[in-house]
Design a protein around this ligand. Structure first.
Ligand SMILES: Nc1ncnc2c1ncn2[C@@H]1O[C@H](COP(=O)(O)OP(=O)(O)OP(=O)(O)O)[C@@H](O)[C@H]1O
Ligand SMILES: [Mg+2]
Length: 405
């Protein structure tokens, strides 16, 4: 009403402004027409509608039923500065239900949007989960395959860890698995070795004992103290063999129980081991030298003790003139520096053929009254504590064993 009154300016109607006012009225959902003071029709919304361009008209038509409204007109007098200038007649235009249609479209689009988002998110999650499953299951599948190979008795398997730089749970599992395979392989080899060797080693003394006893039974051999002594000596051999088996088994087992790494003054250590044998060495008219720089190292004393003692006892056994030198030295720098221990003798020495056998279990030379286990134990133990063995020997001149850590 105010904008209709506003289009009366300087005592006359501005028709352009009035057209705008009625246009606004239509947009508010009202059919209007305006009469002047004398009751003559000035303008109606039907006139405004007729003058609209086609785009505007179709937009209007989609919102309202045009051009006529429903029911009776209500009219209002129009005033400007207290003077009556005409009348405004108004009735509502019927609103068309196209807004709900749009709502429906909006809802449909919303549903489509939700569906698409769901598909994208779901697909992404599925893809990721497949990726992770594959990433996790691949190494586990490799472990499973290897475990099946082991179950079939093949201990040669080794599974590569997935990562080298940063280790995850799977890599730790793989390492533990490899360690387990290695342990099983050693166990298996040890079992095979022991059963064949033990059977062979036991047969000789038992055959001798059985032969002697049968001879006594038949009266061929008298049960003289000498005969009984020889049987007793064979039994002694069996007992010492069993002790030897215990030694080698515990050396093998030390693969699983390394013990503790301790700081060690090498001079004190070597002297202690050597002192234990000095008297019998001197008794044999041999010399025993112990030499090396002041040196503290980190190692496994129990295992090193067995290693040095075995080498010393071999040198003692297989040397008749001259003597034995135990030497140690540093082979690197820094607090964790490497070191080496050498046991050298001027004994009978060995040829190439014998050198290739000496680390085998139960191998012993013709002159030996031992079990042939000492060097097998030495080799096993030095591997366990990270040492490398080297032998130099000249027949008739002497032998030198060096272990580098
Ligand atoms: N220093 C050495 N000089 C010459 N021969 C050696 C020396 N050390 C070892 N051998 C040879 O190697 C063989 C194997 O040595 P190993 O220590 O394994 O057995 P062993 O000394 O005969 O018996 P065990 O050590 O079980 O009492 C010996 O029997 C010997 O023939
Ligand atoms: Mg020996």
């Amino acid at each position: 009403m105010a904008s209709v009154e506003g289009s009366y300016q300087d005592g006359a109607w501005n028709m352009q402004l009035l057209t705008d006012a009625l246009h606004w009225g239509m947009m508010l959902g009202l059919e209007t027409h305006v009469l002047d003071q004398s009751g003559i029709d000035l303008l109606s919304s039907t006139d405004v509608y007729a003058e609209m361009n086609s785009t505007m008209r179709s937009r209007m038509k989609s919102l309202l039923k045009l051009p006529h409204g429903e029911g009776e007109f209500t009219w209002y007098p129009l005033y400007v500065e207290g003077q009556e200038i005409g009348e405004l007649h108004v009735r509502p235009l019927e609103k068309l239900g196209l807004i709900p249609g749009r709502q429906e479209m909006f809802r449909k689009r919303g549903r489509e949007f939700l569906l698409i988002s769901f598909l994208i998110a779901g697909g992404g999650a599925l893809f990721l989960s497949l990726l992770i499953t594959n990433y996790l299951s691949k190494p586990i599948r490799r472990l499973t395959d290897s475990a099946e190979m082991i179950a079939r008795g093949d201990f040669s398997v080794h599974v590569q860890p997935v990562h080298r730089k940063y280790r995850d749970e799977i890599d730790r599992l793989t390492e533990a698995f490899n360690y387990m395979v290695e342990a099983l392989r050693r166990e298996d080899a040890l079992r095979k070795h022991l059963t064949s060797n033990v059977a062979h080693e036991l047969r000789t003394p038992l055959t001798v004992i059985k032969g002697s006893l049968e001879a006594m039974e038949d009266g061929i051999l008298s049960d003289s103290p000498a005969a009984i002594r020889s049987i007793s000596a064979e039994i002694e051999r069996i007992i010492s063999l069993i002790e030897g088996i215990e030694d080698i088994t515990s050396a093998e087992a030390s693969f699983f129980r390394k013990g503790t790494r301790e700081e060690l003054n090498l001079r004190e250590f070597v002297e202690t081991v050597a002192e234990g044998m000095r008297s019998i060495i001197v008794e044999k008219n041999l010399y025993l030298n112990v030499e090396g720089p002041p040196l503290t190292v980190k190692t496994y004393p129990d295992k090193l003790h067995i290693i040095v003692k075995n080498l010393l006892s071999n040198s003692y056994k297989f040397t008749d003139a001259g003597g034995i030198t135990v030497r140690w030295d540093r082979t690197g720098r820094g607090p964790d520096e490497g070191f080496s221990i050498t046991v050298e003798d001027t004994g009978r020495g060995m040829d190439q053929a014998e050198l290739s056998l000496i680390f085998d279990r139960f191998y012993k030379g013709d002159h030996s009254d031992g079990k042939g286990l000492g060097l097998a134990i030495v080799k096993e133990l030095s591997e366990v504590i990270g040492g490398k063995m080297q032998v130099d020997s000249v027949q008739g001149r002497g032998t030198k064993f060096t272990i580098s850590f």
